[in-house]
Design a protein around this ligand. Structure first.
Ligand SMILES: [Zn+2]
Length: 147
């Protein structure tokens, strides 16, 4: 139910697991084992006495959901400085030079973009323009609305 929220949280730089086929039992186990905060829209699951860290997401709207999460997490960390994670697989990303990815992405992107990052897990390449500017803008807006 929270697939797009999980992709956004990854782009923001949060280590975020998402599967829509986990059972409640599996979710609880993962949360405890890996010390993860469980995000859910399921009232019953959120009330489980077994869970130590759980947030019930109220809104159906993605922007509101992001605000709900970020306002509950103590953001002493600088959100803008977090490195994005791969929205597809949650892998860590790193910068990659233009020369190294020639032939792997369309020429017009190579010409028009200067900064590229690659997912260390699945190898997907992202570039500034399509993602970074948009994400930074949304981060700033959301941070503003949290104050
Ligand atoms: Zn990836």
């Amino acid at each position: 139910m929270l697939g797009s929220l999980s992709r956004w949280l990854r782009l923001f730089g949060f280590d975020t697991l998402y599967r829509n086929d986990y059972t409640d039992k599996e979710l609880i186990k993962l949360s405890l084992q890996e010390d993860r905060i469980l995000l859910t829209r399921d009232n019953a699951l959120a009330r489980s006495k077994l869970l130590k860290k759980v947030f019930l997401i109220q809104s159906e709207e993605i922007r509101e959901q992001i605000i709900e999460v970020l306002s509950k997490i103590e953001i002493s960390l600088d959100l803008l400085s977090l490195k994005p994670r791969c929205p597809v697989c949650n892998g860590e990303t790193e910068s990659i030079k233009k020369e190294e990815i020639k032939g792997e992405i369309p020429d017009y992107v190579l010409f028009s973009s200067q900064e590229f990052i690659i997912c260390k897990s699945c190898g997907k390449i992202y570039w500034q323009g399509t993602h970074k500017e948009k994400i930074d803008k949304i981060k700033k807006e959301i941070l503003k609305s949290l104050k």
